[in-house]
Design a protein around this ligand. Structure first.
Ligand code: HEC
Ligand code: HEC
Length: 347
């Protein structure tokens, strides 16, 4: 016969008062302990809820804390045609502040008379774009400026020509000398422009909303933001710039109108940079800040409205059709992402 040897714990029948008191104190201690744990768990939950609220997938952009002399020097260069051969083109010719820092046409005319390969990108909020260029070909703003001058197709001048011109200009000589001990060099010109560009942040009504101003954006925009997250747009358009930090193929789910025989350079995307077949039609996911101000859309500027862009995204990137009422809400959210740079930094 198998006996169950696991005996129940039997309390001794000879309990003394002391023993009882001991047990009661014990159970009181246990309860206090349980209660404190419970309170701690509640506090922890509240703290975590606070943290997770603060950790919304999109963090707010802010104006620079201080406007520095480098920024103001960079501003002067950005709007000065001295940087172009015929003294007619400035950086702002193709990056218009009245157009969200980009250009109103699908492509722009380059210095060599050819149309640009891509739609001009915005120069706002660059510091949160971890990679630059439609092909994700640049890893820093300075590298991008360096390439832009070196190619000579954009402004028509080489670095030597630019620095020589600036050196002949007494005001620039003075301004550079005050800020940089080495005066006017390729590095310091790049540094001033890059510092200016980095300062071009555009806090928007959506940022005010994220920081607790519940009335800063419309109810539609709030619903649109929820849909933007729920549909999964946020998986690619993520981080502080709601994009600008990933490379993705256009047409991940449903192929984007791409004719394999049409190997025009713009439709090849990142392949142009890497010559890797897997990078055909791969682009830097664009930031959606100020997107309402920067039509036309996509790398080739082939899409003229935000509604159309969102509908194409849902089809090709998510493989689904989003009802038009939801598209309207998402567009309301996208519209809440527009702001303008610090007043001192705009022309
Ligand atoms: C003739 C038109 C034109 C001019 C002039 C021009 N750009 Fe651009 N810019 C473009 C185009 C087109 C793109 C997109 C190119 C690409 O992604 O490969 C671009 C892209 C950029 C980007 C990358 C933004 C990003 O997030 O990828 C920066 C930064 C930039 N330009 C800064 C400048 C500066 C600084 C100047 C002046 C020194 C300048 N541009 C002059 C047309 C121009
Ligand atoms: C799988 C990644 C991915 C997902 C998911 C995605 N996008 Fe995009 N989005 C991209 C890429 C890549 C581009 C650039 C396409 C091009 O230029 O050809 C882009 C471009 C855009 C543009 C045009 C921006 C401009 O300046 O030209 C908008 C607007 C946009 N997406 C909104 C959305 C919305 C809204 C959703 C959700 C319904 C979404 N995207 C989902 C990757 C994605």
């Amino acid at each position: 016969m198998v006996r169950n040897t696991a005996k129940p714990v039997i309390t001794r029948s000879t309990d003394t008062d002391n023993n009882n008191l001991y047990r009661r104190t014990q159970s009181l201690r246990q309860r206090v302990f349980q209660l404190t744990s419970l309170i701690w768990i509640l506090v922890l939950q509240l703290v975590l809820a606070g943290v997770s609220h603060a950790r919304e997938p999109v963090s707010a952009v802010k104006y620079p804390e201080k406007i520095t002399p480098e920024m103001l020097l960079g501003k002067q260069l950005f709007f000065d045609p001295i940087l172009s051969e015929d003294r007619k083109t400035t950086c702002a010719s193709c990056h218009q502040f009245s157009h969200g820092g980009s250009f109103p046409d699908a492509t722009t005319l380059m210095y060599n008379g050819q149309p640009s390969r891509y739609n001009s990108s915005s120069v706002f909020n660059l510091s949160a774009n971890y990679i630059l260029g439609w092909e994700g070909q640049f890893s820093s703003i300075a590298q991008q400026i360096d390439a832009l001058v070196t190619k000579k197709t954009v402004m028509g001048l080489s670095w030597n020509e630019i620095t020589a011109r600036l050196q002949q200009h007494s005001e620039y000589r003075q301004r550079f000398d005050i800020i940089y001990p080495e005066g006017i060099t390729r590095q310091t010109v790049m540094h001033a422009i890059a510092t200016y560009e980095t300062a071009l942040t555009t806090p928007s009504p959506f940022d005010a909303f994220q920081q607790g101003d519940n009335g800063a954006i419309s109810e539609d925009a709030k619903l649109g933001y929820e849909l933007f997250k729920r549909y999964g747009c946020i998986s690619c358009h993520q981080g502080q710039n709601i994009g600008g930090n990933l490379l993705q193929k256009i047409g991940v789910i449903e192929p984007y109108t791409y004719d394999p025989n049409d190997r025009s350079q713009a439709s090849l995307g990142r392949y142009n940079t890497t010559h890797n077949e897997a990078d055909i039609q791969v682009f830097r996911v664009p930031s959606l800040r100020n997107v309402a101000d920067t039509p036309p859309y996509f790398h080739d500027g082939s899409v003229s409205t935000l509604e159309e862009a969102v509908s194409l995204m849902s089809k090709h990137q998510l493989g689904r059709e989003i009802p038009s009422s939801d598209i309207t809400l998402i567009v309301a959210f996208l519209q809440s992402l527009s702001g303008s740079p610090h007043p001192t930094l705009i022309p």
